[in-house]
Design a protein around this ligand. Structure first.
Ligand SMILES: *[C@@H]1O[C@H](CO)[C@@H](O)[C@H](O)[C@H]1NC(C)=O
Ligand SMILES: *[C@@H]1O[C@H](CO)[C@@H](O)[C@H](O)[C@H]1NC(C)=O
Ligand SMILES: *[C@@H]1O[C@H](CO)[C@@H](O)[C@H](O)[C@H]1NC(C)=O
Ligand SMILES: *[C@@H]1O[C@H](CO)[C@@H](O)[C@H](O)[C@H]1NC(C)=O
Ligand SMILES: *[C@@H]1O[C@H](CO)[C@@H](O)[C@H](O)[C@H]1NC(C)=O
Ligand SMILES: *[C@@H]1O[C@H](CO)[C@@H](O)[C@H](O)[C@H]1NC(C)=O
Length: 752
């Protein structure tokens, strides 16, 4: 039956559909007022706000042209990625806030042009898109080993280095740079926060990872001197890797039995930036990466007359001595009204008279010509290779003075005389209740999941309590969870998604072609089956909920439709935290933000247009095999849709249950049971198909994405292996873990 339904569409209908699609994709672009940028006035997403640049930024000349055409009041937001789809959503989130001074780095000109096309409807009103590239091959067309000029071999991922190589050169040229991953969101004005005390006194801010470790998915650089320590951090973090990638003779010589055998450099830009920040904290170049490169190879440390433990201690103790993890800053209004440090426990309406920022002073490091063995020695070949020389040249070409070379004894006095700069950590986790710095930038786990990113659901007095958000760590299950998080909290543009997919039906995971497949390999499914509102209710146990999903999956397979996985009512007992369950809260629950009673750790993810209509998503359905199909033609298992995707489908098509849109079950099934029923109706699958296929064909000819509603909990007990639909269902049941949740081992179903 799958086949029959997929062959349904005569050409005239395809045309009508194409017309609808065009109307949707080309719909009027409009400029929004009341954007968050207005608080500080850093609104660059206006006509003439920036000039825009599309092209390479390999040379200093090209880079200067790009940053000159993109900056707004000396500010730049820089990202690098290899995925246009994610780039487009991330860029949209920034432009929604009014920030168009965004310089993206993608892989090639084709990607950049795609990105620009996605934003075509907004270019006139919100200004151009800047998209840049680095050469992946040399002048003779020979590919670079790692698709990036400076690397003799692969270390980490090219976009990671490109992001901070670009940021570093922009900072050298005197720009302030927000360097971000694309999973960030602007919730209130960043610049308003960062351009007033206390943050205006910090030259470098970074999201904290844990302890004194940093996360480089969110970093900001302001007023950094081109000859100062922040500049050196940006310069040297990659310099180190370029050197080791072309000549790791020192590493191998000390560790002949271990490192010399594998010669792997399991290093990232994040770790390297951290090593450099830590170097500045103590004022001398440190190489903590040696510890990860040599691991527990006693021979390596022995050759330096030290041990792994001693080297660790020698490097880290001085860092801890100088760090001030709890530096307190007093606040006055209006900032004191726009901060919060207790996003889980309070509604943040009370002003704070002080905040705490984990702080360290960055001093221009210098070796004084000494590289003692107790700190790991001098870990490079003193003779520079051609790639290291080229890297140095890229900075020299900028034509600005650069930091003193910490290796050269002659520059010691200059280094010691360099004014220090200030570093601070944001989003510092303080137990589950508190977060220092989250009022400027906070993570999904610490802030977002409690409702603070659902900007449209916040009370007016709550809207300005945090600046930016970053989806990072402790995420719920699922293969598309970063996308889902933005869908749940309303920071996902379905319109951008449709422009990227060049189709409105392809925006749903069920219809997306993954792994380089083309749309021809994956016929789109346009019809969806769903339980009518109220059929899946808060009184169902988890067992009944999973059984309801199985019944829906059976119907979807028999009718060749997408299964719209049911939302979990947020009042459901198993959607709540153990504490809330124990407290026996009165139902129905009246939701407000924060919603600490909902188990947002892993079980229930709230979404909705209003607090009154709040629903929750069970992330169990977020796995690839519950949503999409790995096989060509897409018929191997069923296809599913997250509740939040279905919410959008309903919202855009106005689909609503009615006698005409409800699945027929035959006279034997009787009328639907009363609301709140937990009993399942059994229907023979051939009967279901016979009664509904003709109606379905008619609807597919009239409607873009028809929804077929089930008016009761259903199951098809006779759908057994042996028939095509029975086999498909069996495969789906086996592969989609959520569908066979209760046969998983207990350790496989912890936390969801
Ligand atoms: C950066 O410059 C601005 C404007 O001149 C000033 O208000 C701020 O204090 C400076 N911050 C730092 C860290 O130098
Ligand atoms: C350092 O680099 C030079 C030039 O490439 C090379 O001749 C020398 O062998 C290297 N040193 C070591 C210890 O490998
Ligand atoms: C090695 O280290 C030990 C203890 O740290 C010290 O006593 C000894 O003199 C060192 N040996 C050499 C050759 O540096
Ligand atoms: C901050 O406020 C506290 C209490 O009002 C006061 O004791 C302290 O001196 C203030 N600190 C600064 C740096 O102004
Ligand atoms: C926040 O809580 C306080 C007291 O707990 C209450 O007075 C206030 O109205 C609440 N504000 C919002 C915006 O819910
Ligand atoms: C879609 O959602 C928006 C905002 O939540 C709402 O205003 C609109 O009425 C909805 N449209 C439909 C067709 O339900």
């Amino acid at each position: 039956m799958l086949k029959r339904l997929q062959q349904c569409c005569p050409a005239s209908l395809v045309l009508a559909w194409a017309f609808l699609l065009a109307a949707f994709l080309l719909g009027r672009a409009y400029a929004v007022s009341g954007r968050v940028c207005e608080r500080s006035g850093y609104c660059s997403a206006v006509p003439g706000g920036i000039k825009g640049y599309i092209g390479p930024i390999d040379s200093a000349l090209e880079l200067k042209e790009a940053v000159e055409a993109t900056h707004f009041r000396k500010e730049l937001i820089i990202w690098a990625d290899e995925r246009v789809a994610d780039g487009a959503q991330g860029l949209w989130r920034l432009r929604e806030a009014g920030y168009a001074h965004v310089l993206g780095v993608l892989e090639d000109a084709v990607q950049c042009n795609r990105l620009r096309q996605v934003f075509q409807p907004w270019l006139e009103t919100e200004g151009p898109v800047t998209c840049t590239t680095y050469a992946t091959a040399d002048d003779k067309g020979q590919n670079y080993p790692f698709r990036f000029k400076y690397f003799a071999r692969g270390v980490g991922m090219p976009p990671w280095w490109k992001k901070f190589f670009t940021a570093g050169r922009a900072v050298a040229l005197g720009y302030n740079v927000l360097a971000v991953d694309l999973d960030v969101v602007v919730l209130d004005d960043w610049y308003w926060r960062v351009k007033q005390p206390p943050l205006s006194s910090y030259h470098m801010l970074s999201q904290n990872e844990w302890g004194l470790n940093l996360n480089c998915g969110f970093m900001y650089f302001q007023n950094a001197s081109s000859t100062g320590p922040v500049m050196w951090v940006l310069y040297d973090h990659m310099h180190r890797i370029v050197r080791w990638s072309e000549d790791d003779s020192y590493l191998a010589a000390r560790s002949p039995g271990r490192y010399a055998k594998h010669r792997m450099l399991p290093l990232t830009e994040q770790g390297m930036l951290q090593d450099c920040v830590h170097s500045c904290a103590v004022g001398r170049p440190l190489y903590p990466a040696l510890l990860s490169l040599w691991g527990d190879d006693k021979e390596a440390y022995g050759s330096l007359n030290t041990t792994e433990h001693e080297l660790y201690r020698a490097i880290h103790e001085p860092i801890h001595q100088v760090w001030q993890p709890n530096q307190v800053h007093n606040l006055t209004a209006p900032l004191s009204d726009s901060v919060c440090e207790h996003y889980m426990a309070s509604n943040c309406s009370a002003p704070l008279d002080h905040v705490t920022i984990s702080t360290v002073t960055l001093k221009m490091p210098h070796s004084g010509g000494q590289y003692p063995d107790s700190l790991g020695g001098f870990p490079f070949n003193r003779t520079l290779g051609p790639l290291t020389a080229a890297y140095r040249q890229a900075y020299a070409d900028l034509g600005v003075p650069l930091p003193p070379d910490p290796e050269d004894p002659v520059t010691e006095a200059a280094a010691r005389a360099t004014p220090p700069e200030k570093f601070g950590y944001l989003a510092v986790h303080q137990g589950d209740q508190n977060c220092n710095g989250c009022w400027a930038e906070g993570t999904w786990w610490m802030v977002g999941r409690h409702g603070w990113w659902h900007r449209h659901l916040l009370q007016p007095g709550q809207r300005n309590k945090l600046g930016m958000g970053h989806v990072w760590a402790n995420l719920p299950r699922g293969d598309f969870v970063k996308h889902n998080i933005f869908q749940w909290n309303g920071h996902w543009s379905w319109r951008i998604a449709a422009r990227v997919a060049q189709s409105r039906t392809r925006i749903y995971v069920a219809n997306q072609a993954f792994g380089g497949r083309s749309y021809e390999d994956l016929p789109e499914l346009r019809h969806t089956v769903a339980y009518a509102p109220g059929v899946v209710h808060a009184g169902l146990t988890k067992e009944q909920f999973v059984r309801a999903a199985q019944g829906l999956a059976q119907v979807a397979v028999v009718l060749g439709a997408i299964a719209a996985w049911p939302a979990l009512p947020c009042d459901t007992d198993w959607a709540l935290t153990p504490q809330a369950k124990a407290a026996g809260l009165q139902r129905p629950l009246k939701h407000s933000i924060p919603w600490p009673h909902i188990n947002t750790g892993h079980v229930a993810m709230p979404f909705g247009d209003t607090l009154e209509s709040l629903q929750c998503e069970w992330p169990g359905f977020g796995h690839f095999d519950c949503l999409a199909n790995r096989q060509p033609r897409g018929q191997d298992v069923g296809r599913g849709m997250m509740a939040v995707e279905f919410h959008h489908l309903r919202n855009t098509t106005g689909a609503a249950p009615s006698p005409d849109t409800t699945i027929l079950l035959g006279a034997a099934a009787g009328p639907p049971p009363p609301a709140g029923s937990s009993s399942f109706t059994a229907v023979p699958h051939a009967e279901l198909e016979r009664l509904n296929s003709p109606l379905l064909l008619q609807r597919l000819q009239r409607e873009t994405m028809p929804v077929l509603w089930l008016d009761r909990l259903l199951e098809l007990p006779d759908l057994a292996p042996g028939s095509p639909a029975g086999d498909t269902y069996k495969r789906w049941l086996d592969r989609c873990q959520a569908l066979h949740y209760f046969t998983l081992k207990p350790e496989q179903r912890q936390n969801w």
